[in-house]
Unconditional design. Structure first.
Length: 265
């Protein structure tokens, strides 16, 4: 019953105007196969082509929503649509709406001058044609995507890598404390890299795969986890909330090398 009232409360807030949201918190939440999902934080990125990517993260799950524009309205998922949603579960399995799933993202409210979006969503997503997950009663509220100014682009620090020998130079860099983990990500127009380490990680080298550590590469609705690799933590100042390091990993289709990050979370 408490979950129902929380969803109802946030759903009402999502339709509020700019002037009424300053005291509310950013959130992405839903029911995933009837289990309540609520993000510790939500990361919004406005890409160079005008599309928006929003990610809700918990300690061991990531829910991603991508829409081709930030105009109010409905965005259909599935097939060859430029809009998509994915869900990564606690075991690293990645379910995606495109091409064989379906769903909808409704953008119901926005504030361009202050740079946030609100709305609701539902979708079914497929794991390699083997399994389906159902996401219902989804709400995103007050997710910041920036105002479009260069100085307003989300940037937690520096992040770079090579993907199959081609430079990866993200236009936005994020670092989020999700409770027990720290998620560090960089996003280009359609590609993104996410690095996950324990929140109390110490300086050292950590091989992949390993409990508490993860690396993934996403291109559009397709996301791949590292099958082998390494994350090296060079510095970590817990008090100042800064961390730097390097990484490299291999997925089923790509090689990521020369990765470096230096961020504040």
């Amino acid at each position: 019953m408490k979950k129902f009232f929380l969803l109802l409360f946030v759903g009402v807030l999502a339709f509020s105007s700019c002037e009424n949201v300053e005291d509310n918190s950013t959130v992405i939440q839903a029911e995933v196969d009837s289990v309540f999902f609520k993000s510790f934080d939500a990361i919004g990125t406005r890409l160079e082509d005008g599309s928006i990517t929003m990610q809700g993260v918990t300690d061991n799950e990531i829910l991603t929503l991508h829409i081709s524009d930030f105009q109010l309205g409905s965005y259909t998922l599935g097939g060859v649509s430029p809009n998509y949603a994915t869900f990564e579960d606690s075991n690293g399995n990645i379910y995606t709406t495109n091409p064989n799933g379906e769903g909808i993202i409704n953008l119901t409210d926005r504030c361009i001058s202050c740079g946030w979006l609100s709305g609701d969503f539902r979708f079914s997503a497929i794991l390699n044609g083997l399994d389906t997950t159902y996401v219902t009663k989804g709400v995103f509220f007050d997710v910041s995507f920036g105002t479009g100014d260069d100085d307003d682009t989300p940037n937690a620090g520096s992040f770079s890598a090579q993907i199959d020998g081609t430079p990866f130079t993200p236009i936005s860099v994020s670092a989020v404390d999700s409770g027990n983990s720290l998620l560090i990500s960089g996003a280009e127009t359609i590609k993104s890299i996410i690095i996950r380490v324990p929140i109390d990680v110490e300086v050292g080298n950590y091989s992949l795969p390993q409990a508490g550590f993860q690396a993934s590469l996403a291109e559009g609705a397709v996301s791949q986890n590292a099958t082998i690799g390494n994350i090296s933590v060079v510095t970590h100042n817990v008090a100042a909330r800064t961390i730097s390091g390097s990484f490299s990993f291999v997925t089923s289709q790509n090689t990521v090398s020369e990765g470096q990050f230096n961020v504040t979370y």
